[in-house]
Design a protein around this ligand. Structure first.
Ligand code: DC
Length: 223
């Protein structure tokens, strides 16, 4: 087997299933660009709320999003979305965004506008000299990169996930978001066939990382 020159790691899962923390460690360990696509949906949601565009009007949302000038800023190992040259700050974790993001994310026009942008993160990663990228979200292994080198699906007991959010100091409607994310027509949250499913309920972050890192390290070590 030849060693790939650029690797793509896809991590999907519900809210607070451990995607961001594990992706962060993998990005450090293997020199990967960390792409948190939830932060993209959140940045667009914050922008729509600021403009007074309602998720009840999908046509208006699609038109408004398609007209946005999107860019990417790399801060450390993380990709951040720029809208007209500006990166949204803490507002993307606000209660208003938590309450609305799944409604906007269910709109096909918005997802379509993000498709090429998300795939284009490989170009950003290469330009910045990364060995590959680790992208986390809901549809990465199913829609964005179905041919990714590694695809993981994280899940955890709902009570444990709620506890994690509280520990992070966030007011989040994770069950309601998961319900909308899993039942929507456009790219619903699902464990794609062939992905490695990991139940993180009783595992520490490092134990989850170890399960993901083992096959990646083996591949990179292959002659
Ligand atoms: O990962 P997160 O909780 O920050 O994501 C926020 C919302 O964005 C989530 O409730 C659904 C949406 N999302 C999505 O639909 N598809 C993705 N690939 C990532 C996030």
């Amino acid at each position: 087997m030849t060693t790939p020159d650029f690797i793509i790691v896809a991590i999907d899962g519900g809210a607070a299933s451990g995607k961001s923390s594990t992706a962060g460690v993998l990005s450090e360990r293997f020199n990967l660009l960390h792409v948190d696509t939830g932060s993209f949906y959140r940045a667009l949601t914050a922008e729509m709320l600021r403009r007074g565009v309602s998720p009840a009007d999908p046509t208006a949302v699609g038109t408004a999003v398609a007209a946005l000038q999107l860019g990417t800023r790399v801060t450390g190992r993380r990709a951040e979305m720029e809208i007209a040259g500006r990166v949204a700050g803490d507002e993307i974790r606000s209660k208003a965004v938590n309450d609305h993001v799944s409604l906007f994310a269910a709109i096909p026009g918005l997802r379509q506008a993000l498709l090429a942008y998300q795939r284009g993160q490989t170009v950003v990663a290469r330009r910045h000299g990364f060995r590959g990228l680790v992208m986390e979200g809901r549809d990465i292994g199913s829609v964005i990169f179905p041919d990714a080198d590694f695809r993981f699906f994280l899940y955890a007991d709902p009570a444990e996930r709620a506890r994690r959010r509280v520990a992070q100091g966030q007011l989040d409607t994770i069950h309601e978001r998961d319900r909308i994310d899993s039942s929507r027509k456009a790219s619903p949250l699902t464990c794609p066939p062939g992905a490695t499913a990991i139940d993180s309920t009783h595992l520490t972050r490092d134990e989850v990382v170890a399960r993901m890192a083992a096959p990646i390290a083996a591949r990179l070590a292959a002659p």
